[in-house]
Structures are given as C-alpha cells and as structure tokens.
Design a protein. Structure first.
Lengths: 463, 81
C-alpha cells in the first residue's frame, strides 16, 4: 500500500503551493486531483483551438519586482519562483459604473483617491481615514473573528452610494456572503484590488499552473490527475487513509484538503458537522471577436457594472441577475498575447434554477445569457462594432461539475476556518474555505497552512 | 571551517530563498532583515535549510543569533563540521 507524509486533495493554486512547500523540505507528498486538468477554480479549457480561462479575470495583488512586504513577493519567495517567470502585464485601468456615478481605479491607488475627491468631494477625508485603517489592519492574522465589513465601513463612509461602489468589486471578486463580507476579508480584498491592483500573466492562468506544477515535480512531489477521492477513512478522530474512486487505498500521516470545508466533511467516514455551502454562483460568457476592443478605443481592463439603485450582491430568484455584471477585457493589459478580441461577461446566478433545467432548456438558456451579454457590451460600448466569432457560456452547473464545490459556490462556504484546523486531528483545510481568496490568496493559503501544520511542528518550532 | 566558507554557505541558503535579491553587498554587521526583504516565514526557511543541508537544529530561543551574518558565523561555526 502506498504511504505518504502528506496527501493533498486538489491540484488548484492552494494545493499546488502547499505541495511545493512540503516537497521542498523533503516530505513524501502526493497531490490527488479528480480532474484530468489541474487548476481547480482557476483552470482553463480549449474549444475549437481557442484557449479559454475560467476563474478570476485577472490576478489581484500586483507588485513590482522586489517590492517589499507584498503578498505576491512573499509567496514567490516561499515558492522560490523568480518574479520574471510570471511575466506579469499590468491592467490599464478599471471602472465602476453605477447609475449615477462612475469611479476609475488602476494599479496606482492615487487614481481612486482623485476620482473620489472629484465625484464624492464631501467623502474625501472619510476615504483617507478608511485608507489609514485598512493599511494598519492585521488582515492575515489567523485569530481574527468575524465582523461585518458593511457595518464597520459605514461608520467611516456614511454615503451609501460611495459605500456600495467601493464594495462592488470586492464582493463579486471574493465574497461567499450575500451583500456583505467579513472585515478581515474586506481588508485583504481592498488591498489586493485598490492598493495593489490587477495584472495578467502572459498566456493567462495556465502559465501559473504550469509553473507551479513544474516546480512541484522538480522537487520530487507526486501528482496524480484523474484520481478522485471517495472517502477519507477516519478512526477515533484521526485520518488513517484515503480511498480513491477506483477503490485504491493510500495511507498518509496528514491530509491537507483544498476542496472546501463542507465538501471535505462530506467524504469523511466518521460523521462530522457539515457547514452549509455558500449561495453565490455565477454564469460567465466568453466571447471572441474579429476585432480587439482597443481598435474601437476601449481601454478599460475590467468594468464593474451595476444598473440597480443598490448593488444587490445576492443569489437571484431567477437564473441570472442581469442588473449587474462584470465585463473583462483580457486584451487590455499592457501586453496582449491574444490574436482575437476577447470579452468576458459575468452575471450573478442561481444554482438551483440552473440545476433543475432539462438539457434542451439548459442549452437554450445558455444561449439567452450569451445574447444578453452581447447586448450589454453593445449598450455600454456602442463604438465596438465587431463580428462575433465564437462564444461559450459556463454556468453554476459547470462550476459544480469542474470544481466540486457544492451548489457551484465559487467562493465556498460562509464558514471559514482561518487556522485550517478541523475536528479531525491530522486533517487540515487550505484554499477557498481557509479564507485567503484570489489566485495570490489561494497560494498564500496553501503555503501558510503547509508551514503551520506540516513543517513547523516537524521541526518543533512554535510560531 | 573558516569564517569565509561559513559566510558563503549562509549566503547560498539566502540566495535560494530570496531569489530576486542582490546579495553582493551585504554588510556582516547589519541585521539581514534590515538589508533584505526577509520576514519570519523566510527565517524559518533558513532554519529548515540548515537542518536539511547540514543537520543543524536551531532551537527557537537561538533564532536571534541568526540576525546578522557576523552572528550567524559565530553561532554556526562550532556546529559545522
């Protein structure tokens, strides 16, 4: 029977990063991934020779080479990957579009300060106060308790319109909660989007995944694709082994699971309390055109659009909520490696509604979402006159199938386990449900959980 | 082992951890943390590399002895074969 120091469940960003750390310090480690393609929530696929990315539109947490104390530089050091290898290309700028007002922001935080000064001049000082609080807050402390971000930020910024506009990108890029988030989460997201900003690795998300896999294998780690886990076998509160779908049993001293907290608790053999899955899921339309948006003068990298009085970040009662959207222009980073024009449109969606459709209606509704996406692009950017070459839509159902997240909940459960511990002694959680989000957050989650639970104890050093 | 060799061994470890840093002008008397972007997570890596490469165990209470290159050389000298 095969036996390991640590088994990692899931070859997404967090699992791969954890694997690199463990293999680096000579642990016998194996990553088990259900799918044939690694990446988890941030993965990719190909259709008709076109490369499609799923997951985040951009990498958050941009940092320049050698910039000190940034999450990105921290994680590159921990993984011992040189900065240049990512070949990051910065965003032009992004825009939050609400019925009454618009705000632009870029990787230079000063732009947002100036924009708020212009549009919400009476809130200028309050925003400066918020910036100070965010900068001083210890957001990655593993002992932080839940606190409503909306309540806390409202005390500083009483203007509801500005409050909603600030929250909009942060909620849709990382909140498992409806219309709110945990304040620590808010600070992490605020820094990663407004203070550090967006960039894109050359060739998209697959470039990062390939980089991580190459490093992991080089260090002697084992990776098994197409190896789904049926059960985690527990005896007296301790993991004994994992059992694969094909019946194979693998022993391990420790198990690090990146598949989500409820998803993990669902497959342990001794009944455990199972937290509820999150409610937030999405559809995304990926459209390919014969022209690039910049040919029509469109320079935005990402547009956060809301046409409702309030920004309603909530599971809709219909298939999709078309009142708000995120529109991403992957061509509009400083370096464009794509041959065609690409636009991605994300809508908040309801998993149950999508899941109950029969195949024929499902395909029909997908088509309607792509039509809706196209007409939104035309409405917001009438100057963009291009021929649609190809279009694909993924739905909450697709997300569940490929990520295994219950109800296609992209940002996982609303219950996060920041220290990664579970009721089972040698079973730990990393990734989405540990609570550091985004591509950079996910990798940092894998690193810090591997350090804390699998490396520090081994050398008997306390934190 | 002479001080120069020990110094080089420590720099080799740091070079592997901080791949993007320039290590050519390090001052032996100034704290490494003040010269380089190294945090507590990275110092843990230095400790783990010492164990991995030279089987040297550094207990938590001795961490301050790794603060500068000079103190590293003094501390590790007797432990290196």
């Amino acid at each position: 029977m095969a036996s390991y120091d640590t088994i990692i469940i899931g070859a997404g960003m967090s699992g791969l990063a954890a694997g690199i750390r463990l293999a680096m310090f000579d642990q016998k480690v194996c990553i088990l991934e259900r799918h044939k393609v690694p990446g988890g929530l941030n993965s990719y696929y190909e259709r008709l020779d076109r490369k499609l990315d799923v997951g985040l539109h951009a990498m958050t947490n941009f940092a320049r080479r050698g910039e000190r104390g940034r999450p990105l530089t921290k994680l590159l050091k921990q993984l011992r990957i040189p900065y240049e290898k990512l070949e990051l290309s910065q965003q032009h700028f992004s825009r939050i579009v609400f019925p009454e007002n618009q705000l632009s922001f870029s990787n230079d935080p000063q732009l947002l300060v100036v924009e708020i000064g212009k549009t919400f001049s009476h809130q200028k000082d309050n925003f400066a106060k918020l910036l100070d609080i965010v900068k001083d807050f210890d957001d990655v402390n593993l002992n932080n308790q839940y606190q409503s971000a909306k309540e806390k930020v409202r005390e500083i910024i009483p203007d509801e319109n500005l409050l909603e506009m600030i929250f909009c990108p942060l909620l849709i890029y990382g909140s498992a909660w409806e219309n709110d988030m945990d304040f620590s989460q808010f600070v992490i997201m605020f820094k990663s989007i407004y203070l550090e900003g967006f960039s894109r690795p050359k060739n998209g998300v697959r470039a990062i995944i390939n980089l991580l896999i190459e490093k992991y294998l080089q260090l002697g780690g084992e990776l098994r694709l197409g190896a789904g886990i049926k059960k985690i076998d527990i005896e007296n509160g301790v993991v004994r082994s994992v059992i694969l779908d094909n019946g194979e049993i693998i022993q391990s001293n420790k198990v690090m699971s990146s598949i989500g907290l409820p998803e993990t608790m669902n497959i342990v053999s001794e009944k455990q309390e199972c937290p509820a899955a999150g409610a937030m899921s999405f559809t995304e339309t990926i459209l390919f055109f014969d022209k690039k948006p910049c040919d029509a003068g469109i320079q935005e990298t990402i547009v956060f659009y809301n046409n409702n009085e309030k920004y309603d970040y909530k599971r809709p009662q219909t298939l999709c909520d078309f009142r708000s959207a995120v529109i991403c222009f992957p061509n509009n980073f400083n370096y464009d490696d794509q041959n065609e024009g690409v636009i991605r449109v994300t809508y908040i969606a309801n998993f149950e509604k999508w899941n109950e459709l029969d195949r024929k209606t499902y395909l029909l509704r997908k088509k309607e979402v792509s039509k809706e996406s196209l007409s939104l692009i035309t409405k917001l950017f009438p100057e963009f006159k291009a021929k649609l070459l190809y279009c694909d839509v993924f739905t909450p159902r697709t997300i569940m199938r490929y990520t295994g997240h219950i109800k296609g909940a992209v940002y996982g459960s609303t219950q996060k386990v920041r220290d990664g511990r579970t009721a089972i002694k040698n079973l730990f959680i990393c990734g989405t449900d540990q609570g550091f989000l985004g591509i950079v957050g996910a990798m940092l989650s894998g690193i810090s959980m591997a350090n804390l639970h699998c490396l520090m104890k081994e050398t008997r050093h306390e934190v | 082992m002479d001080a120069q060799t020990i110094r080089q061994k420590i720099i080799d470890i740091i070079a592997d951890i901080a791949v993007d840093e320039d290590l050519s002008n390090l001052d032996d008397n100034i704290k490494l943390r003040d010269q380089l972007d190294l945090d507590s997570m990275d110092f843990l890596d230095v400790v783990m590399e010492l164990k991995k490469r030279y089987k040297i165990e550094v207990p938590t209470e001795d961490y301050p002895k790794l603060a500068t290159l000079k103190s590293c050389i003094e501390y590790l000298g007797p432990k290196l074969p």
